[in-house]
Design a protein around this ligand. Structure first.
Ligand SMILES: [Zn+2]
Length: 444
């Protein structure tokens, strides 16, 4: 029986199955642990993919030739998926004292100017992936800068590490300083050629990326809308309704629009595959339209508190509407590279609106929820047969404070919640990218 033999030949090479054993949680029915004395789960990896999920000790007997890594009581989860990040802002994380528009002018734009230099872009891209992977994040959707070099550097680094990643050239043709503006034509041409070069290559996907309506003319938005119509399998990422001052500015710039979302709708930039970052201060029409077209939202809670933006309505988008909402760190407007810290902030924001998100929901948002938002929900974000073996293994007792809290737990959800609320990169015991263990600090 072929499936009982741990070694087989694939295109002339001998491949070995690897079996990971540890705690697993039932994020979906396929990976529920089974009954028995030792109820820990098993994840069988072959050729970069998850081949089988089940009862760990039982699978150890079933696949005696598999290489076994026993993680004890550590928790095996899908790798975290960051649905909204700005890798060029890696170095300006935790900069003090500004709200959105001042933040962009004071910190973001001067930093982004540097990314026309391929060496600078490559160095920051490498540092960014070091930081993300060390926090257990295996996929990100990143904004780059207006410079094609910034996109090249990001995708080259992602390809080198074998990660699934989404990114695009950030387009801005107005309300940005000299040296940080493109044009209608160059935004379209650069985006198109980058898209044609990188989209679908290895594990990479291109995102058509207007920064947001204040920094794009209507003509530029229309050009990018036309590009999206030509490549409808790409995602489109942008920002929406982050702060009241921004919304008032959009109303001045686009007097013909019914609301902020309409600036995207009337230019061909609203639809399935659109990922709208923040989406905090929405009108009823905007909320209904987003749901109607099955658009995705990227909730960026550490950014929303750090820049003082407001409280995202998770109840509406997670419970009332279909679940097409993910979590983003929004680095560097967000204050952490950690999706654990991001989940904790999502919990806190929901609490301020009267909703206590269950640990299961928080983990779902940071894995399958974000993956679905990026239209990668059939490949990553779950531990299930056929999915890519992007995994993170968490130590649920990584610090004395967390250990003493989780020691009192009566079930896995109580055990994991202190790690969600208080964990950082010390939690991460191992990360797997396409079945390959990325030992901490050794991924380069
Ligand atoms: Zn952002």
């Amino acid at each position: 029986m072929d499936n009982l033999n741990a070694t087989w030949l694939t295109s002339g090479r001998t491949e070995t199955r690897e079996l990971l054993i540890g705690q697993t949680v039932a994020l979906s029915p396929e990976n529920a642990p089974q009954a028995g004395d030792d109820t820990r789960g098993g994840v069988l990896i072959a050729d970069g993919k998850i081949e089988m999920v089940g009862h760990g000790p039982g699978m150890r007997k079933q696949f005696p030739d598999a290489t076994v890594t026993d993680y004890g009581n550590r928790l095996i989860l899908p790798g975290f998926v960051d649905a909204h990040v700005h890798y060029p802002q890696t170095a300006i994380i935790a900069s003090w004292g500004k709200r959105l528009i001042d933040w962009l002018n004071t910190y973001t734009f001067p930093e982004e100017m540097r990314f026309g230099d391929p060496e600078c872009a490559a160095e920051v891209a490498a540092r960014f992936f070091d930081l993300s992977l060390s926090h257990g994040t295996t996929t990100v959707a990143s904004y780059c800068t207006i410079h094609p070099e910034s996109v090249e550097a990001f995708f080259a680094e992602a390809a080198r590490r074998g990660v699934a990643a989404v990114a695009g050239k950030t387009c801005m043709d107005r309300n940005a300083p000299d040296g940080l503006r493109d044009t209608v034509a160059s935004a379209y041409d650069d985006s198109r050629s980058l898209l044609e070069k990188w989209h679908g290559k290895e594990r990479l996907g291109y995102a058509i990326t207007p920064r947001f309506s204040p920094t794009s003319s209507r003509e530029q938005l229309e050009a990018l809308g036309a590009l999206w119509a030509d490549y409808p399998d790409c995602v489109m990422q942008t920002h929406l309704s982050e702060q009241p001052d921004e919304i008032a500015w959009v109303a001045e710039l686009f007097p013909e629009a019914r609301d902020y979302l309409d600036t995207y709708e009337m230019t061909g930039l609203l639809g399935y595959g659109g990922i709208y970052g923040h989406a905090i201060h929405l009108t009823d029409r905007e909320r209904a339209r987003l749901a109607e077209v099955d658009a995705a939202l990227a909730h960026c809670p550490t950014s929303n508190t750090f820049i003082g933006s407001g409280l995202f309505d998770m109840e509406y988008f997670l419970h009332v509407q279909e679940k097409r909402v993910g979590l983003g760190t929004d680095t560097g407007g967000g204050s952490s590279f950690s999706m654990l810290r991001t989940m904790a902030a999502a919990y806190e924001i929901a609490q301020l609106r009267g909703l206590a998100l269950h640990p299961r929901e928080l983990l779902w948002l940071a894995t399958e929820g974000s993956a679905r938002a990026l239209r990668l929900g059939d490949r990553i974000g779950r531990i299930a047969p056929g999915f890519d073996a992007d995994l993170v293994v968490l130590d649920l007792a990584s610090t004395p404070a967390i250990a003493q809290a989780s020691a009192r737990a009566e079930d896995i959800w109580q055990a994991v919640f202190p790690t969600i609320m208080m964990g950082d990169d010390r939690v991460v015991a191992e990360v797997y990218v396409a079945g390959r263990a990325v030992s901490q600090g050794a991924q380069t």
